[in-house]
Design a protein around this ligand. Structure first.
Ligand SMILES: *[C@@H]1O[C@H](CO)[C@@H](O)[C@H](O)[C@H]1NC(C)=O
Ligand SMILES: *[C@@H]1O[C@H](CO)[C@@H](O)[C@H](O)[C@H]1NC(C)=O
Ligand SMILES: *[C@@H]1O[C@H](CO)[C@@H](O)[C@H](O)[C@H]1NC(C)=O
Ligand SMILES: *[C@@H]1O[C@H](CO)[C@@H](O)[C@H](O)[C@H]1NC(C)=O
Ligand SMILES: *[C@@H]1O[C@H](CO)[C@@H](O)[C@H](O)[C@H]1NC(C)=O
Length: 390
């Protein structure tokens, strides 16, 4: 499996070197692979897999290049980079390997639960309408559903598995933050006295960054966007200008993280940013429990963005302030133990080699009974379908 992937990556590199590009190709960190970085150990494998009923996995796409002008700044020395052959805002080879590693880690953990064969009912795979999340999902599926002997032809160690996505304005499940009502309430929240008072404390830093970057910096959101431009540039091997030394990365990361709290700052914002997904997960659980369907979906995959991961962590009360890494993933496992349904929640953010961490829900613990979880997150669930206004 790795062999095939390495072959693809090598081909991409060869193309890259041979092509004529506008900008000299920079040997970036994103192209230097170390196989050990992608070996995942999934602890808790000893958990009683026989109690497992249903799994949902939300993950961030893999390493990528800088996205469009929104993340760059007027005085950016790399404003005109094309990131050929990737393009702007696209998955890099390092990102591909990481997403593939999510798939193989899930296969290792759920091998018994899923069984050997892929069949259409076994998985629901949903992406946002972005190239990088669609590609990431394809890689997770490739790692999770390797072809069995009969499925292989022409030496291709891959099989197609379908996935779906909705156009961005219709995607309340994963892009509720684009809802017309969300955007309006988000503006209101930024204009509230509480947030304005908070922002005033950072005026000096904002002014410093504005002066040097040429950006209009008045909100966490401005810094949040800038964070992605700067991190992708530096990951790509580009040297950041000297004025950033005093604020990069700590200050900028701290301010960027504040954007998550603003984005989840009121009850209605939480309902649209995370509630639609939570509601779907709980509705799926209810359907399984009530109908006891035989050939039901066993695993649901959601390929999305760091804010989805952060917002879901906040909604569950388990967010530790950070920007979820590329390929960070959150697993919600529904178990039935001694006749009682409940969730186990795991989070992997690739900061150590310990593998996905079993999270302890506040006031609920490591096995959180379904009814208890319901009452804890009830206030985040959208009740009427018009909330989004799309
Ligand atoms: C991919 O992103 C992670 C951060 O999530 C970083 O630690 C890693 O170095 C990146 N890989 C490459 C090759 O850029
Ligand atoms: C980017 O391209 C524009 C238009 O060609 C040019 O005016 C500008 O100087 C370039 N900026 C940088 C940083 O190279
Ligand atoms: C995917 O990438 C292509 C090429 O950059 C772009 O034209 C297209 O709009 C992208 N699609 C989406 C959904 O982002
Ligand atoms: C800067 O941003 C603020 C808040 O979004 C806006 O009110 C203001 O008009 C902007 N100024 C410029 C020069 O774009
Ligand atoms: C995830 O990563 C960050 C560092 O990027 C760390 O501070 C945080 O505690 C990690 N773990 C969890 C469970 O959020």
């Amino acid at each position: 499996m790795y062999g095939v992937l390495r072959l693809i990556c090598t081909c991409a590199l060869v193309t890259l070197v041979r092509s004529t590009v506008h900008y000299p190709y920079i040997k970036s960190r994103s192209d230097r692979f170390n196989d050990n970085d992608y070996k995942v150990v999934f602890p808790h494998k000893e958990d009683e897999q026989s109690t497992l009923v249903h799994v949902h996995v939300l993950f961030r796409h893999g390493n990528r290049t800088a996205d469009s002008e929104a993340e760059l700044y007027p005085n950016d020395p790399y404003l005109n980079y094309t990131y050929f052959p990737y393009g702007l805002g696209q998955l890099t080879n390092a990102g591909k390997r990481r997403e593939y590693a999510i798939g193989t880690a899930l296969r290792e953990r759920y091998d018994d639960f899923l069984g050997s064969y892929y069949y259409p009912e076994i998985v629901e795979a949903i992406s946002t309408d972005y190239n990088r999340t669609k590609m990431s999902l394809q890689l997770v599926l490739a790692g999770l559903f390797p072809p069995r002997r009969d499925d292989i032809f022409n030496g291709l160690v891959w099989q197609p598995v379908p996935f779906n996505y909705l156009p961005r304005p219709e995607d309340t499940l994963l892009l509720g933050v684009l809802c017309p009502n969300y955007l309006e309430l988000y503006e209101d929240h930024y204009n509230s006295n509480k947030v304005k008072r908070e922002l005033r404390k950072h005026r000096e830093t904002f002014n410093y960054i504005a002066k040097h970057s040429g950006l209009n910096v008045t909100r966490y959101q401005d810094i949040y966007q800038l964070f992605f431009g700067l991190s992708t540039e530096s990951e790509y091997g580009l040297r950041l200008p000297g004025w950033l030394n005093t604020v990069w990365p700590e200050t900028i990361i701290d301010l960027a993280i504040q954007e998550y709290y603003v984005s989840m700052g009121t009850s209605n914002l939480r309902k649209m940013a995370a509630g639609y997904l939570l509601k779907k997960i709980l509705d799926d659980a209810r359907r399984i429990i009530e109908n006891r369907v035989k050939l039901c979906r066993k695993i649901h995959l959601y390929s999305a963005h760091e804010n989805n991961v952060a917002q879901l962590l906040i909604a569950l009360g388990i967010f530790e302030p950070h920007i979820p890494n590329y390929g960070a993933y959150l697993i919600l496992e529904l178990h039935r133990q001694n006749g009682k349904y409940g969730y186990k929640i795991f989070y992997e953010n690739w900061t150590d080699r310990r593998g996905p961490k079993l999270m302890k829900l506040p006031k609920c613990g490591e096995f959180c009974p379904l009814d208890k979880l319901m009452s804890l997150i009830d206030e985040h669930l959208p009740l009427n379908d018009n909330l989004c206004g799309n």
